[in-house]
Design a protein around this ligand. Structure first.
Ligand code: AHR
Length: 492
């Protein structure tokens, strides 16, 4: 069978929201502490305590939005612990992640400074599980109110005269689990109550995001849409790609082809999840006003041997790059409903785009996928029809190829392709309607080994290279994709 792809370059209607390329940073392991925050006195180059190398890398990747402070941590976080002079902030215990002490050095002002340095939107997740309505209401007031009020005055006393702009507010995290073990019926009412006090203040228009389902819990989506749709702007969804549960989640860089296949199969399940949750949302919101916010996703393996099990530190291999590329293709293709996604997590945790070791930093294969795919941000999604050979392992098979395409404001067409087959190069015949391209260029991420990854000794083993495997022909092009590769082409 041959592989064919038809792109309608003149039919772009839906914009791919840049926030689909978003990230998530929790007070967990060395994501914030060590990975982002080193403190002003550190010998690691920093700006007001925030690592310069990490900021520069994330800016180059064009990070659009950052979710914080959790995760499970968010529903135990009391934001007032993280404001005011650092020496006076209380030291608490991070009960969810390793029972380590947390001195609250990184709090609201530091997070807003980070977003400013990154040039990205902040997305703050409030505490519903163990917090109060008042706390949440005051946090919004502290950050965004311009006038005279106890919270705005407190912000000024802490050195920030102007209010910030914070559009995205999460009203709780995983309230079906670590955020309070609630039933959807109960959470829907709690959500309605809390969100009442997440107000538009001083011209800051808030976008309220309700806690959504875990994976295939369609009942949760049904109840939330039925009971609270008119009070929300977004509904989240969490889905992690894993092969099993502790201690059988497998390793990030030591795996068999069976595990390669299994992780990619589980990654592709995101398409089914988005479709099914979207079908329920469509029944209550046919205009698609409410965004699906996949605000936690990514691969989840056993931690690296010898590291704290509560820190969720894992390496990142070419296999993760293929999960990232395939997932981003899925989100692009559902951009009519998916308005934000946040890979977990930015630095040193789960499917991180950056790993650090003291002053050293490396970019993972997943980072390179985000950087290559950034051309899709805010471009018009182009409808594609793909016929793909399968990649079979044992009795099972999955489509070997996946793709998405967009056209940017300058008229350039961008096509991202993944070949999941670890053995076979594949040729794709691409027909392009509505654009007679005269030039094509591309970049590729691949390696001879399935488990290829970057280390502090060899940080550039997996990195993008120039791709010359696309040949224009009248009406389209032929693309020769090497085995286990991610390719992004630009044609005009
Ligand atoms: O990302 C790690 C954890 O996974 C988050 O804290 C939680 O929301 C999810 O279960």
């Amino acid at each position: 069978m041959s592989n064919t792809l038809v792109i309608n370059a003149d039919q772009g209607q839906v914009t791919i929201d840049r926030n689909i390329y978003g990230h998530f940073a929790e007070h967990l392991g060395h994501c914030i502490y060590g990975g982002i925050w080193v403190g002003e006195d550190s010998t690691i180059p920093n700006t007001r305590g925030i690592r310069n190398d990490v900021v520069q890398a994330l800016r180059e990747m064009k990070i659009p939005v950052l979710r914080w402070p959790g995760g499970c941590f968010a529903d135990e976080y009391h934001w007032m612990d993280g404001i005011g002079p650092r020496a006076q902030r209380p030291t608490i215990v991070n009960t969810h992640w390793g029972m380590v002490t947390e001195n609250n050095a990184f709090g609201t002002h530091e997070f807003m400074d980070l977003c400013g340095q990154l040039g990205c939107e902040p997305y703050i997740c409030g505490n519903v599980g163990s917090g109060t309505v008042l706390e949440m209401q005051q946090w919004v007031e502290y950050l965004t109110f311009d006038g005279i009020s106890p919270m705005a005055d407190r912000r000024r006393a802490n050195g920030r005269a102007e209010p910030w702009r914070v559009k995205y507010w999460g009203v709780g995290n995983e309230n079906w689990g670590c955020g309070g073990n609630m039933r959807p019926e109960y959470y829907a009412d709690v959500y309605r109550r809390f969100q009442t006090y997440v107000r538009h203040l001083s011209g800051n228009k808030v976008y309220k995001i309700a806690c959504g389902a875990n994976s295939r819990n369609y009942y949760w989506t049904e109840v939330l849409m039925r009971e609270a749709a008119r009070h929300m702007d977004g509904l989240s969804l969490h889905y992690y790609t894993r092969l099993g549960w502790k201690p059988d989640r497998g390793q990030a860089t030591q795996f068999t082809e069976k595990e390669w296949f299994g992780i990619l199969r589980e990654g592709l399940a995101m398409d089914e999840l988005v479709r099914k949750h979207a079908t329920i949302m469509d029944a209550y919101d046919p205009e698609k006003r409410i965004g699906m916010m996949v605000d936690e996703w990514g691969t989840w393996y056993e931690v690296e041997p010898g590291t704290n099990p509560g820190f969720l530190y894992q390496q990142n291999a070419l296999r993760d790059a293929l999960v990232a590329g395939s997932t981003l293709n899925i989100f692009n293709n559902h951009a009519d409903r998916v308005r934000m996604a946040n890979i977990a997590q930015t630095v040193n945790v789960l499917q991180a785009v950056i790993l650090t070791d003291g002053p050293k930093m490396l970019l993972t294969p997943t980072y390179h996928v985000f950087e290559m795919f950034k051309v899709h941000q805010d471009a018009k999604l182009l409808p594609v029809t793909l016929q793909s050979e399968t990649y079979a392992y044992g009795e099972e098979s999955i489509p070997a190829l996946n793709a998405s395409a967009s056209r940017d404001a300058e008229g350039t067409l961008h096509l991202s392709l993944c070949n999941l087959d670890p053995h076979r190069p594949l040729e794709v015949d691409v027909t392009v309607h509505g654009l007679a391209a005269t030039q094509v260029s591309g970049r590729i991420l691949t390696d001879a080994e399935m488990a290829a990854h970057n280390t502090f000794d060899e940080p550039n083993r997996v990195r993008p290279a120039r791709f010359d495997g696309a040949t224009l022909r009248p009406g389209g092009m032929t693309v020769r994709l090497p085995a286990k590769s991610v390719v992004v082409l630009s044609a005009k």
